[in-house]
Design a protein around this ligand. Structure first.
Ligand code: SF4
Length: 285
């Protein structure tokens, strides 16, 4: 039986960080560490609390005063796009108890910021009232790395099932919320089957979501965790995939997307599409 997560409550000195990503101006992370515990997670290399990294998926820092800090910080700040969250999942299970994502989301939207949310959790549905009342200024991305629950259990041991994520994105889409699906990271030999990817494209088609996809990027902690999973569960991951593999895969995904009438774009290129469509403000300082 999985042991209870270790939760450490802390006070933060700032709520927003300036983002280096081209598609957003600021990032906001109510938690450090992530109980979803994905073995491929790049955030392990960017989480400041080393013990949360060492116990990835079972230890989490809760930034309990983040909403108060945010309210204070934004008064003189230029409006722009805020990504919630970039190094954790904003709707992991403890959000049900702390409601920090909900509070920050409400503050940002009420004060004219654009918010982009990315999650693997159906808990996002709880906030559909907030999202719906500001639907022009918010979009929701759901990550789907695979539709196989067995594979998801190895890759994302603490995450909600792929089926529950699909139901959530369907509900959001039917409610008129702007949605997208993130397929990534794609790891050669693990989740690069074109049949599975076509099913995920099918979910995009049903929900009117665009598909953003990306390949696995090598990071110190995730390399170790994937290699360890390969030994214990027989995962046949090729962490040294070639550029040729990626170009072939990208072309195939784009072809399937075209067949299904789904916009497909790599993570690297997505911000350019957003800029072209003027989905977000993309204001810069
Ligand atoms: S849900 Fe996202 S932040 Fe959390 S462990 Fe998985 S990849 Fe990392």
């Amino acid at each position: 039986m999985k042991s209870s997560p270790r939760i450490i409550e802390v006070k933060c000195s700032r709520a927003l960080s300036r983002s280096n990503l081209p598609e957003m101006d600021y990032s906001l992370n109510p938690y450090h560490g992530c109980l979803h515990g994905c073995i491929y997670c790049f955030a392990m290399d960017f989480t400041p609390e080393y013990d949360a990294v060492e116990e990835w998926g079972s230890k989490i820092y809760v930034r309990t005063n983040i909403a108060e800090k945010l309210r204070h910080e934004i008064s003189g700040l230029k409006r722009g796009t805020v990504g919630i969250s970039t190094i954790t999942d904003p709707y992991q299970s403890i959000e049900g108890r702390y409601r920090l994502t909900r509070k920050c989301l409400s503050i940002l939207l009420e004060n004219g910021f654009y918010v982009t949310l990315q999650t693997k959790s159906p808990l996002v549905i709880r906030d559909i009232d907030v999202i719906d009342s500001h639907r022009e200024n918010v979009d929701v991305g759901m990550t789907l790395t695979t539709l196989s629950s067995d594979l998801a259990t190895i890759l994302e041991p603490g995450s909600p099932s792929p089926a529950s994520r699909i139901s959530s994105i369907e509900r959001l889409s039917h409610a008129g919320v702007r949605t997208w699906i993130y397929l990534g990271p794609i790891i050669k030999g693990v989740n690069d089957s074109m049949d599975d990817i076509e099913e995920i494209v099918g979910v995009c088609e049903r929900t009117g979501s665009r598909l953003i996809f990306d390949r696995y990027a090598s990071y110190r902690h995730s390399d170790i965790m994937i290699s360890s999973a390969a030994e214990s569960s027989g995962l046949r991951a090729d962490l040294k995939a070639t550029e040729e593999w990626w170009m072939d895969l990208s072309r195939n995904i784009q072809r399937i997307g075209k067949d299904h009438g789904v916009v497909t774009v790599t993570q690297d290129e997505d911000w350019k599409l957003e800029k072209k469509l003027r989905i977000r403000t993309l204001e810069k300082f």
